[in-house]
Each structure stands twice: as C-alpha cells, then as structure tokens.
Design a protein around this ligand. Structure first.
Ligand code: KIV
Length: 262
C-alpha cells in the first residue's frame, strides 16, 4: 500500500498550515495505534535503550536491536512515515559503515528514512553520501543524547549566544547537505524559532518551544507510563498506575483463587 506520508510530503509540510505530529514507537501495537491516531511521523528512536531495554542512556543500543524493533513498527504503520534512529557508532565510524547500516534500516526493517545526530564536518560528509545513494536523512541538533558524555549529562543546549549561533549554523549546513527535516532537542524557543524561520526544511521540536514546524515526544511519556518523564513532556493519560493496579488485581484474584471462575 502506498504511504500517505512520504519523505517529500513531510518536507512539503514546511510553512504549511498544519504542524507535523511525530511520536516514537518501538513495537507493533503502539505503531498501529499511533498510525490510526493520525500521527505523521513515527520515529523508532534509540531512546529504545532507556524506555524499553533498561539501559542508562542510548549508547549501548545496537544495530540488531534497532532493526528488530523497526521491523515490528514498520509492519504496523500504513500511513505514517517510519524513521529509524541510527544508534551510536553505526554511522560515526565511516561513510561505508553509515551506508551499510542505513541500508539495513531501509532494506531489512522497512523504514523510509534514518535519523542521525550532529553536524560536524565528518557527519555532514556522511549525510551527503547517504542522500546521494537514496537514503533520506533526518538531522538532530541541540541535546543530542549520543553526546551525553561530551555534554556532561542530559543538559539543554544553545543557551549562550555562542552555542546558539553554532546550532543555527549547523541547521543551515544540514539543509545544504540534503537533510529533509531536523529534530531540535532542548534548545531555547527563540533559537528554535530563528532556525525555523531561516531554513527551508521542517524543524521538529522536542522541549524547544512552539515555533517549530512540528513536535515530537516519546509515546510512553504522553501515555503516563514513564517513571520520570522530562519536564517538557505532557501526559495525556496515566497508564502506569492503571496498568499496575490491573496487575495487582490479577495477582490478588489468582492468589485467592477467585480467577478463573469455576
Ligand atoms: O531517540 C529518540 O526517541 C529521539 C527523539 C526523542 C527525538 O531521538
């Protein structure tokens, strides 16, 4: 079935009347639910490591783990664009590694695009090569979690004029090398606004204010499943206490032999 949301369709949403709505998914039922709800972009984020696999950060997530989860998500997404997040050191090591691993996301896992963090000279070269060989690339600037050690923690970025200017310049370069959209994570709203007004591709914000062309959040945060959600996330449900109480009732009924009924 042809997708309603292709890479060019998402790119064309820049400057349109409707913001781009993006959420993360790591499994088939969640992907199906988001697709039915009208989400435009489903990101199989490497946040998988923290949200689902119990790692302290995203650095231990492997290509095989990302491919396994992206396959499940792709099989359920009929209309949303599926973007696979390239894990730490699956693309930074060399252009050839980046092409091989991005190829797995599109070829084996059914994603339509990949996401990469940063915009240093080598990353720009890698993105140019991927785009040249037909892999659509979403950029990611600001608080790029794969650089958590360089940042000294999960800290907002672009707060001083110098780093704000650097992020703005990086956004321009990402567009120049062919990225079709850029995630802006945890940067001041004014910096995100300037970038959004300067570049010709969509910005998708997370904790970066309301002026971006779209918004993305982690689905477990909006469902109220996360124990310690980030301050910018909004919970639209409280599923963790509900699910825990369901499990407690089941435990109680099985222990007391009231379930199953005779
Ligand atoms: O890994 C992820 O889920 C992300 C988004 C939150 C932008 O990169």
């Amino acid at each position: 079935m042809a997708k309603a949301h292709t890479v060019p369709a998402i790119k064309d949403m820049k400057g349109g009347t409707e913001p781009i709505v993006a959420l993360t998914a790591y499994d088939h039922p969640t992907s199906r639910m988001l697709d039915e709800a009208g989400v435009d972009v489903i990101l199989v984020g490497d946040s998988l490591g923290m949200v689902v696999l119990g790692y302290p950060n995203t650095l231990s997530v492997t290509m095989d783990e990302m491919i396994h989860h992206t396959r499940a998500v792709s099989r359920a997404a009929n209309r949303a664009l599926v973007v696979g997040d390239m894990p730490f050191m699956s693309y930074q090591s060399s252009e050839d590694d980046a092409v091989k691993n991005a190829g797995r996301f599109l070829g084996e896992a059914g994603a339509q695009a990949v996401k990469l963090e940063g915009a240093g000279d080598s990353i720009l070269g890698i993105i140019r090569r991927l785009v040249e060989v037909g892999v659509p690339v979403m950029g990611h600037l600001g608080l790029t979690p794969q650089s958590v050690n360089a940042f000294g923690g999960f800290k907002g970025q672009g707060k001083d004029p110098e780093s704000a200017k650097r992020i703005q310049e990086e956004a321009v370069r990402l567009e120049e090398v062919g990225a079709f959209a850029i995630v802006l994570e945890s940067i001041p709203a004014e910096v995100a606004k300037t970038i959004t007004e300067t570049i010709g591709i969509p910005t998708i914000g997370i904790g970066s204010g309301l002026h971006c062309d779209g918004q993305i959040l982690v689905t477990e945060d909006i469902l109220g499943l996360t124990e310690q959600p980030p301050p910018f996330a909004k919970a639209y449900a409280a599923l963790r206490p509900d699910a825990r109480s369901a499990a407690e009732r089941y435990v109680s009924e099985v222990k007391s032999r009231t379930f199953p009924e005779a």
